[in-house]
Design a protein. Structure first.
Length: 316
């Protein structure tokens, strides 16, 4: 299977570079070192920029938007994601599975460039990787990457540095904030993958999560965006096959199945000594999961939204 995810993402990049000022973002000039698009480090960005960034991150294989909703009894916007290619869009592209560490620069890398580098075990387990002339990646960072970062990614991907496209935004920006919260379906898919479920049975997915207030710094932003999904994310998956395996696993998918559940993410992070790897990895999943079996017609439901924790996290 070759979906050419980087080619799909490159088409979206062309749309963005036609008028970056319309999105309140900027194209940063790095002669000979590829294309750098700043979605919120030295630019303002906005909601449309966030939707564009999330779409690039999913290689254009999802529809992403903002719809009205509720946070308890308060009117509150929700980020909605819909895809008919959940494995490709979420696991092969959107999942932030590559730690890009070059000198003093560090960022979590996502986007279809991961499918070319294929460092992560999931690419071997799910039998996917691709070759591309141009690779596209998203970095969650508050620093603009320099030429050394482009050279590192180019080397890992087997391309020239001028064929690397990087979109960057900090979590504490309008665009960065939104693109993280657009990962509701992805967290459900990755949780199922970690639990050993055959994710290729998932044929379509829709997810929503409340859009948090933009935080004053990245640490608070990481807390709020995680909480939006852990305590406010709602995901529906359309799955084929038998019901017994779905019934066995569905209650293990929501974040409430983790012993770490119940406090704002920053409190959990502090309790873990600010070490992500000491946090139960099974915590990272949506608050509520609905699995509809398209073969049998049965519906399986688990989890719940936790408005109290969301309000604490969002400062309400």
């Amino acid at each position: 299977m070759n979906l050419e995810l980087n080619d799909l993402a490159s088409q979206l990049i062309e749309d963005v570079t036609d008028g970056p000022e319309d999105l309140r973002i900027a194209q940063v000039d790095l002669p000979g070192n590829g294309l750098l698009l700043d979605f919120g480090i030295e630019t303002e960005g906005g909601l449309e920029a966030g939707c564009a960034l999330a779409s690039i991150c999913m290689s254009g294989l999802a529809d992403i938007g903002i719809v009205p909703g509720l946070l308890g009894d308060i009117g509150w916007q929700q980020v909605v994601v819909q895809t008919d290619s959940p494995v490709a869009a979420c696991l092969f592209s959107q999942y932030a599975g590559w730690q890009v560490n070059v000198g003093k620069f560090f960022a979590m890398g996502s986007g279809p460039m991961r499918a070319v580098v294929a460092k992560e075990p999931l690419f071997d387990k799910l039998w996917y990787r691709e070759v591309a002339e141009q690779v596209v990646g998203i970095l969650e960072t508050a620093r603009l990457p320099g030429p050394d970062v482009f050279e590192y990614i180019a080397q890992e991907a087997g391309v020239e540095p001028d064929n690397v496209v990087l979109c960057v935004a900090p979590t504490s920006s309008m665009a960065g904030n939104l693109q993280v919260v657009a990962r509701s379906v992805e967290t459900a898919l990755h949780k199922l993958y970690e639990l050993g479920f055959d994710v290729n049975r998932v044929r379509s997915g829709v997810g929503s999560a409340p859009l948090p207030p933009v935080a004053r710094n990245d640490m608070e932003g990481i807390g709020r965006t995680n909480d939006a999904i852990l305590y406010g994310g709602r995901v529906t998956l359309w799955v084929n096959g038998d019901d017994e395996s779905i019934s066995d696993i569905v209650k293990r998918v929501p974040s409430s199945s983790s012993a770490s559940y119940g406090s704002p993410f920053l409190d959990i992070f502090e309790a873990a000594g600010r070490d992500f790897y000491k946090i139960d990895p099974l915590l990272f999943s949506p608050a509520e999961i609905v699995i509809q079996n398209v073969d049998s017609g049965r519906v399986h439901v688990a989890g719940r939204v936790n408005v109290d924790v969301l309000k604490r996290s969002f400062g309400i």
